[in-house]
Write a protein that binds this ligand. Structure first.
Ligand code: MEV
Length: 324
């Protein structure tokens, strides 16, 4: 039996700037303390968790194995809910990319991993920014197109005339609670919805611009540890995202449940379902309020380590999800 090569990557949650980042506006995203782990080894057949790999249903695996000349077996475990805006797709791509690099005998190189993970994301969802891939590869806190962070620059990625300057940013100690609506909402259709709106409406374009401004004010507050202002910016961001049409009544319900005990709350990720995030000093109370309104709450530590090699697979649910 050939040996397993195992790697993991964290999920992420966006605290400001989703959707507008697709248009090259600023965003701030934090690595979550939930991970996907992937093991890979040479095999006689392509298998995913013991079943024949259906590449047509697994765009990430199809993309990431495009240069392999032999069959491989993959196993995946995850404690990141799928299709919920917490970066399961980018974390899958990052962990698979790193496990494959290890199998090839290559030293881990973040820049290569982010290109691979972003490529896999595009293959799966068709459109989008390299924000999620950057957070799941590098971990910690990530700023995209934030002026003044050039001395912490990680990489510059451009595509179709858009440019994303990605930097490492400090994550002060803050408590976030995630509320999951339980509605699965893949990213691609939400990104397309905003693109269609922006292509026919100056108003939508102005909203995207305004999310960028709010994100910069929120980043300044994050830097100073000013949770009140950051919370206010999150609330404004949620309103702007709602105007863009990517919230839904279940997300609004969980945001409203969290707000009385939070500095701010907003949808996180692509919206249309999935998760919201609240910034609070009272995480248990916020978690109870979310659960009382039918959501699933996770108290989240921000700033986890990025993609890394592992010595074994953890216990945890098998992750076969994609079919985006
Ligand atoms: C999804 O986590 C974030 C979006 O901005 C899409 C993207 O940046 O690719 C909605």
């Amino acid at each position: 039996m050939t040996e397993w090569h195992t790697a993991s990557a964290p999920g992420k949650f966006v605290i400001l700037g989703e959707h507008s980042v697709v248009y090259g506006k600023p965003a701030v995203v934090l690595a979550a303390d939930r991970r996907i782990t992937c093991g890979v080894r040479r095999g006689r057949r392509n298998l995913l968790n013991g079943e024949p790999m259906e590449f047509s249903r697994q765009p990430h695996f199809r993309y990431l194995t495009r240069n392999l000349r032999h069959a491989v077996e993959f196993v995946t475990r995850s404690d990141i809910p799928a299709g919920a805006g917490l970066g399961s797709s980018a974390a899958l791509a990052a962990s698979v990319a790193l496990a494959l690099e290890s199998m090839a005998g290559n030293d881990p190189d973040e820049r290569k991993l982010v290109d691979e993970a972003y490529g896999a994301e595009l293959a799966a969802q068709g459109n989008g920014s390299p924000m999620d891939a950057s957070a799941c590869v590098h971990g910690g806190g990530i700023g995209v197109n934030i002026p003044g962070t050039e001395n912490r620059k990680l990489w510059r990625i451009s595509r179709n005339g858009r440019v994303w300057n990605v930097s490492d940013v400090d994550v002060p100690k803050m408590t976030f609670v995630i509320g999951n609506t339980g509605i699965r909402a893949p990213t691609g259709p939400q990104v397309d919805k905003v693109r269609r709106y922006a292509s026919r409406s100056n108003f939508a374009t102005e909203m995207i611009e305004e999310i960028g401004n709010v994100t910069l004010s929120g980043y300044e507050a994050l830097r100073k540890g000013d949770v009140e202002t950051l919370g206010r910016m999150m609330i404004t961001d949620h309103k702007l995202l709602s105007i863009l049409g990517v919230s839904c009544k279940e997300l609004n319900k969980l945001v409203n449940a969290a707000l009385p005990f939070s500095y701010g709350a907003k949808l996180t990720g692509s919206g249309g379902g999935g998760c919201m995030v609240a910034l609070t000093d009272d995480p248990h109370r916020v978690a109870s309020a979310i659960e009382a309104r039918g959501g699933t709450a996770y108290i989240m530590n921000a700033g986890s380590e990025g993609a890394r090699l592992e010595t074994s697979l953890p216990d945890g649910p098998v992750f076969n999800v994609p079919v985006i």
